[in-house]
Design a protein around this ligand. Structure first.
Ligand SMILES: C[S@@+](CC[C@H](N)C(=O)[O-])C[C@H]1O[C@@H](n2cnc3c(N)ncnc32)[C@H](O)[C@@H]1O
Length: 294
């Protein structure tokens, strides 16, 4: 099927082939602005086809055949908000995996193991910003559980995963993964922290799942977030889709949420030349990470 073609839902409920016109320059401008304004995500000219394909796929499902009507639909008050939430899942990249970028997790492991004595007084608070379907927050939980395994406080930690996508969050809360996903994990860890279900999928063990909580949070609205005094913040593979000034602004907000001595891990190459007066870079070229002074 060509990109411009599609199925239009007829009033009778019969599917018929109906071409969907190319987006005009004005429509592209409006959709792009809406997405960036609401999520921070930037659709460059080279991703116009991506936007058009995903919008038109959803429009076909709804039987809407022009971009202007659909735009009015998603911007139409509370009803629009429901549709917006569905559309968002089509327009965001939710690719993820367990222990993504292993050097970041090596740095985390060293960091946590040096601080195990502190959890007696205050459990660790870890945060995965843009947690997608949960692989990152469960990886953080596994790292913390491993670091505390032989201490008297094996459960003195909590992980929060936040994301803008309700669909991703529901997968994260479900905590069930196909066997291929688990191949990304060390065998011992997979055995220790997952149980095989009757359907062949693997579920995070209840003790670990109970330490992870997932909530909706648009990273543009960090001012509304209750998190503070975080020991660890992971923000990988999210800022890359944002404008440079916005990346810095978000990192400044995240830095404020760190506890003294806390660790902030960002995806390598996702920001350059960013400094914060309260943070110092971690001296490891393989990662982009900072600790808060004090
Ligand atoms: C590519 S995934 C990265 C997942 C994980 N952090 C990793 O590194 O594997 C990016 C995630 O960011 C989420 N996202 C996009 N825009 C967002 C926003 N404005 N606020 C919060 N999450 C957002 C997407 O829904 C998606 O789940």
């Amino acid at each position: 099927m060509n990109e411009g073609e599609g199925h239009g839902m007829q009033p009778s409920g019969v599917w018929a082939l109906k071409p969907l016109a190319d987006m005009s320059a004005a429509e592209f401008h409006d959709w792009r602005a809406l997405l960036e304004d609401r999520t921070g995500l930037v659709i460059g000219d080279q991703r116009r086809a991506f936007l058009q394909t995903n919008l038109s796929a959803r429009m076909r499902e709804l039987g809407v055949d022009d971009y202007g009507s659909y735009y009015r639909q998603v911007t139409d008050g509370p009803r629009g908000a429901v549709e917006w939430s569905t559309l968002l899942d089509r327009l965001t990249v939710q690719e993820t995996r367990f222990f993504r970028h292993p050097p970041s997790f090596e740095v985390l492991d060293v960091y946590l193991r040096e601080r195990t004595a502190q959890v007696e007084q205050r459990p660790w608070a870890l945060w995965s910003v843009g947690c997608s379907s949960g692989e990152e927050p469960y990886s953080l939980a596994i790292a913390a559980a491993e670091a505390l395994r032989d201490t008297p406080w094996p459960e003195h930690f909590g992980v929060t995963g936040t994301d803008i996508s309700l669909n991703a969050l529901s997968k994260a809360r479900d905590a069930s993964y196909g066997p291929r996903r688990l191949q990304q994990l060390d065998e011992v860890l997979a055995e220790r922290y997952f149980r095989r279900q009757d359907d062949g999928r693997f579920k995070v063990v209840p003790n670990l799942a109970a330490r992870v909580c997932c909530a909706r949070l648009n990273v543009l609205e960090l001012a509304k977030a209750p998190m503070s005094g975080m020991d660890v913040i992971f923000c990988q593979n999210l800022l890359i889709y944002f404008r440079r000034w916005r990346r810095r602004e978000i990192l400044n907000r995240l830095a404020e949420r760190l506890a003294p001595g806390g660790l902030l891990v960002v995806g390598v190459g996702e920001v350059s030349g960013w400094h914060h007066p309260d943070l110092q870079p971690v001296a490891d070229e393989r990662v982009l990470a900072f600790t808060r002074k004090g």
